[in-house]
Design a protein around this ligand. Structure first.
Ligand code: A3D
Length: 320
């Protein structure tokens, strides 16, 4: 049986980390694509040379031509530009929308049966545009943000409670941005919801609110420290978890920016919601009950994503 083929479209900081992780986890052969000449070839050769040391078998190929992604089972898209300090994710919209148009055409031509995971920001609008530009089924084009946002939330909670990150589950809904909705009611330590942990004296409501805010600002905190770009280790790990769920038909329950066609009262938009990811791509969208306050936060997040999609249509009217 042939190995899976995983195409990385964009081979910068996240793309390089993805390529390395795919080898270490033996998920398949890797094609690193980028417009920068020599860079994907150089990174591919470098990672391939680590394989005898780490003991994994995978073919690595760097390319500047889309034909190299032909027949890919999974495409992970990071092509575009990241944020610099002082920039919001939305500032990237104009440049990255044009990149999505090229990427969409490349995937449509060479990898129409792939499961496509978009990471490029502003995430919810870019994945929406990428699905339209590529014409791939909506179940097979998905955005990575929720796994990362909930991982940040889980990490901060585990630190606060002094328990293993493995025992903390977290739920983050909505767009990937300042309006994301970390749901404390559905986040737990070993099944105990966060509001109960406040009542049990494990933390205060004030501290929990600070953690929620730090989660919302999680990306900006790292941009401020790095100064030259944005986070890449945790974003790469998060996308790998989604790719693995698809390739191994794990049917993982993962938050993802998924296409909504009426769920949560939202039509033809990508917003972060809990999903089931397996061999069928996005196999199910899980609709949970939101209370009034949560619904209001979710609506605010949806309207900010809607504003970005409208801005995309302003630039590329063919997206309508
Ligand atoms: P970076 O290291 O700059 O890599 C981007 C790569 O894209 C570069 O190597 C570019 O040469 C390449 N590129 C630019 N234009 C094109 C094109 N037209 N076709 C193909 N390749 C092209 O950035 P990064 O890897 O740090 O981040 C990539 C993207 O992910 C950015 O848009 C970030 O904002 C975004 N990001 C999203 C999250 C989410 O949670 C959604 C987290 C972190 C970063």
């Amino acid at each position: 049986m042939a190995r899976n083929k995983i195409a990385l479209i964009g081979s910068g900081m996240i793309g390089g980390t993805l390529a390395h992780m795919i080898g270490l986890k033996e998920l398949g052969d890797v094609v690193m694509f980028d417009i920068s000449e020599g860079m994907p070839q150089g990174k591919s050769l470098d990672i391939a040379q680590s394989s005898p040391v780490d003991g994994f078998d995978a073919k690595y190929h760097g390319a500047n031509d889309y034909s190299a992604i032909e027949g890919a089972d999974v495409c992970i898209v990071t092509a575009g530009v990241p944020r610099k300090p002082g920039m919001s994710r939305d500032d990237l919209l104009g440049i990255n929308l044009k990149v999505m148009e090229q990427v969409g055409a490349g995937i449509k031509k060479y990898a129409p049966n792939a499961f496509v995971i978009c990471i490029t920001n502003p995430l919810d609008a870019m994945v929406w545009a990428l699905q339209k530009f590529s014409g791939l089924p909506k179940t097979h084009v998905v955005g990575m943000a929720g796994v990362l946002d909930s991982a940040r939330f889980r990490y901060f909670l585990a630190e606060e409670f002094k328990v293993s990150v493995e025992d903390v589950t977290a739920f983050v809904l909505g767009g990937h941005g300042d309006t994301m909705v970390p749901l404390t009611r559905y986040s737990t330590v070993a099944g105990i919801p966060l509001p109960d942990l406040v009542n049990m004296g494990w933390t205060s409501q004030e501290k929990l609110d600070q953690i929620v805010q730090r989660t919302r600002d999680g990306g900006a905190e790292i941009v401020g420290l790095l100064k030259t770009g944005s986070a890449y280790y945790a974003p790469a790990s998060s996308a790998i978890q989604m790719a693995e769920a698809y390739l191994k038909d794990k049917k993982r329950v993962l938050p993802a920016a998924a296409h909504l066609s009426g769920q949560y009262g939202v039509k033809d938009m990508y917003v972060g919601v809990p999903t089931v990811i397996g061999a069928g791509g996005i196999e199910r969208i899980i609709e949970i009950d939101l209370n009034k306050a949560e619904q209001a936060m979710f609506d605010k997040s949806v309207s900010s994503v809607q504003g970005l999609c409208e801005a995309c249509i302003g630039i590329a009217p063919n997206l309508k």
